[in-house]
Design a protein around this ligand. Sequence first.
Ligand code: NAD
Length: 500
Amino acid sequence: MQITENQIRDVVRQVLTEIRTPGPAVTNGDAAADCGCDSQKTDPCSCDGHSFAGRHGVFHDVNEAVTAANEAFQQLSERTREDRKRIIDHIRRISVDQCVELGTMEMEETRIGRLEHKIEKLKTLGEKTPGVEFLKSEVFSGDRGLAVIEHAPFGVIGCITPVTHSLPTITGNAVSMIAGGNTLVVNPHPSGKRVAAEGVRRFNEAIYRDMGIDNLICVIAEPTLETAEQIFSHRGVKMICVTGGPAVARAALNSGKRAVVAGPGNPPVVVDETADLDRAAQAIIQGAAYDNNLLCISEKEVFVVDQVFDQMMQAMERAGAVRLSADEIDALTRVAITTVGDGDQRHDVAAKEYLGQDAAVLARGIGKSVPETTELLFGETDEHSPFVSVEQMMPFLPFIRCRNVDEAIELAHKYEHGFGHTAIIHSNNVRNMTRMGRIMDTTLFVKNGPCMASLGLGGEGYLSFSIATPTGEGVTTPLTFTRERRCSLIDDLCILGRAT
Ligand code: NAD
């Protein structure tokens, strides 16, 4: 058997790690203290023998995490694309095989959403997130030779992940980013930090055992806004990818770094007079009730033309949703919507106690009893209900009666708030579909299906849980996290034409 230089280097690294038991996590940014070297603290550590191998990606200090991720990036850069695939296969295998344990952990920690969907999300992301096969080179060949455009990594990517899908977002980001040749440092939402750290630890440990590279995915175990800011401004971080609401989207856009921003949405649905109402009702329930409406792409408010409004409400009941009366909706608004901010900044938001809770919990909050299996509550409101303008992320959907499809599309446009995220129509009139698509100008536009069909789940296309909206990359893939490099050969290797 022939042993390559890389393999020798990995064995040496592993042996060094084993004889140098890593010290406890330090919080003062002193990377040198932890690796046992005597060098002065620098950023990144300048010590040649420095290694964080054996930490399996869990860090308390941003500087250490970025240093470790940079070290892992250097090692990954020496490996083949086939090795990247093998690394990603470990992440996929753990996400799929351990989805019940990790999904349950996520549910118990975050206490929002539905267990079956926490489990399914991990499995689906493990199976379907695009990997190295997505990396294709482009070629221009002609009279003056050959130009090949290839896709190179950025380096360490700083990631911010939401509480709505803590480990799932890390899983999807890790697969895409490592496929592109990058490594990552993640600041998870504080309410999903434990499952984030445990998932990352398991991924790294499996990769390290098989491939001898540790810390490809680093996570901050005690994330705060300050650690997020440190990641944004760290010179060892080459790119930012944030998945979250308006505040973090703004912070990333102001970071001064290249940022991929997967921002908030408030997806409207239009139902016109030509729609298949039973199909529409089933699709709306499937999308809006998924994980108790936590998906950023989930149906959040429904505009129905007057001509079929009453039939649509009946179709929703036939499909299993429970209708609330006007008084019940008022009561739900009082408990489930609250206001934050002062002066000009004062605005409605979903109350934390109801965010991502079961429909039965929402009903109990207003003294109503519904079967525990109820997936969705709904009811008629006017456009001024806070449930229309707020990204409620709970399983109650407001239905608004509109004079005609023009008014429905106009209101859909208004309440999407210009996020450019997701919009949905149920219709059999292609003119209405086309008109709405043009006016909404959203990243995802779904016709006659549930929101998730637009991510290849019951529709065509591919999957990601980071859909970059304000920065325009759309459903992120490994290519999103690469930079173009062009290699040109002048006058040769185009083999077409007359021999000279
Ligand atoms: P959130 O905005 O409260 O938090 C998201 C992350 O940002 C967390 O890690 C949080 O700690 C961090 N954060 C918040 N403010 C910050 C700041 N000023 N600086 C640095 N970090 C900050 O959102 P959430 O409740 O965790 O997740 C739900 C939101 O995320 C919704 O708005 C949803 O639409 C959006 N989301 C978007 C996508 C997408 O692909 N576009 C996917 C999932 C969720």
